[in-house]
Design a protein around this ligand. Structure first.
Ligand code: FES
Length: 87
């Protein structure tokens, strides 16, 4: 598991294994727009302000993934203990 922090509120949430970031956010009433939920369409793309995503999508290019400033929260996870999201 890993943590996400919402930059706007400072709120920190735990993302358990097997649960997506989109689902964790939905549980607290934060709706990220989604379509494919498989990392293909890019609809859910979210800016990352700090931390290192574990990119599991097929949408971003290798260079975009390496920049670590955005990720697809429908399927991607984190390599670092915490991701700070621009939401
Ligand atoms: Fe399609 Fe996340 S909803 S990439």
């Amino acid at each position: 598991s890993f943590e996400i922090q919402l930059a706007s509120s400072g709120e920190v949430l735990q993302v358990p294994d097997g649960v997506s970031v989109v689902e964790v956010l939905r549980d607290i009433g934060v709706e990220i727009p989604v379509s494919c939920e498989q990392g293909i369409c890019g609809t859910c793309l979210t800016r990352v302000l700090d931390g290192e995503p574990d990119h599991r999508d097929l949408f971003l290019t290798e260079d975009e993934q390496a920049a670590n400033d955005q990720f697809t929260p429908c399927c991607s996870r984190a390599k670092s203990a915490r991701l700070v999201l621009d939401i």
